[in-house]
Design a protein around this ligand. Structure first.
Ligand code: SIN
Length: 280
């Protein structure tokens, strides 16, 4: 009999217990896939998985994306290192974002495994883009239905980008690849490819402006939407322990890594699974 249990979290996500990422039966894996589609964010605790087992688990969900910008694990290029040393000040992912919205086919999601975490601090916050959309008025929903937004990572990972100014260049790089990225356009509200539900699809890191609008014209509406997403009722904070795993859907959630553990090391292994083109 299956021991799989789901505990819905306030705001965003579900914690799954009774599931071993390294050894599971097919029906339990199907239940995890269904929970991922339903909630867009699943957490697991007390997992003991090697790098190879991390890769094997990720392959259940699609093709692995080899990250162009993050330092890779020395032996497993499929695993991006999300790390911060005690003397470093800037962390990776310290602002609200969703990964890969700058790609024509944004990544489905990422599976983050805690390898070394500070005793206190270093939590990751997640926000629920279904709930944020559902909370909008019918009038604003109707306006957004006709709009798309332009996304890029040049201003973040490019040679003139934010990361070049921070003590992060040993961990995030490849500005040459970022400099040649072309802008991409996605609907501001997508029909989620797994759940069929509507979700808001803009984010503060990679969304440049509303398509056909100037940056300054877009600002007020985007800022309003960003405020809505960050409301307490749409967010959750996940405190890591060694062996904790989070698997988030980039089309249904945002995340933000808190940078409140100066003087301590934090090392996470991230595998990103490729996604598909997004439609309204
Ligand atoms: C990220 O993938 O943006 C980093 C998340 C984290 O380190 O908690």
């Amino acid at each position: 009999m299956s021991e799989l249990r789901l505990m819905e979290l306030e705001g965003c996500g579900v914690e799954i217990s009774g599931f071993d990422l390294t050894r599971h039966n097919a029906p339990d894996l199907e239940s995890v896939k269904q929970a991922f589609a339903d909630y867009g964010l699943v957490f697991f605790r007390d997992q003991k998985l090697s790098e190879q087992q991390h890769i094997q688990f990720a392959e259940n969900f699609g093709k692995i994306n080899i990250n162009r910008f993050f330092a890779a694990h020395p032996d497993y290029p499929q695993i991006a290192l999300v790390s911060k040393d005690p003397d470093q000040t800037t962390n990776i992912g310290g602002g609200w974002h969703t990964d890969h919205s700058y790609d024509l086919e944004p990544a489905l999601g990422s599976i983050l495994v805690a390898r070394e975490v500070p005793e206190q601090g270093g939590a990751t916050c997640f926000a629920n883009l279904y709930r944020a959309y559902e909370s909008l008025s019918a009038g604003l929903k109707a306006t957004l239905a006709g709009l798309s937004a332009v996304h890029s990572a040049r201003h973040i990972f490019g040679s003139q980008g934010a990361h070049e100014q921070q003590d992060i260049t040993d961990r995030v790089g490849n500005s040459a690849a970022a400099d040649v990225l072309t802008d991409v356009i996605h609907p501001m509200v997508i029909t989620h490819p797994l759940s069929g539900r509507k979700a808001l699809y803009v984010n503060p890191a990679f969304t440049l402006h509303i398509a056909g609008w100037r940056v300054e014209e877009s600002r007020a509406l985007l800022d309003y939407l960003y405020t809505v997403v960050q409301q307490d009722e749409n967010t959750t904070e996940f405190n890591w322990r060694p062996g904790s795993v989070a698997f988030w859907d980039n089309r249904a959630t945002w995340h933000l890594a808190k940078n409140d553990y100066h003087g301590h090391k934090r090392l996470m292994h991230r595998i990103t699974v490729e996604g598909c083109a997004l439609t309204a």
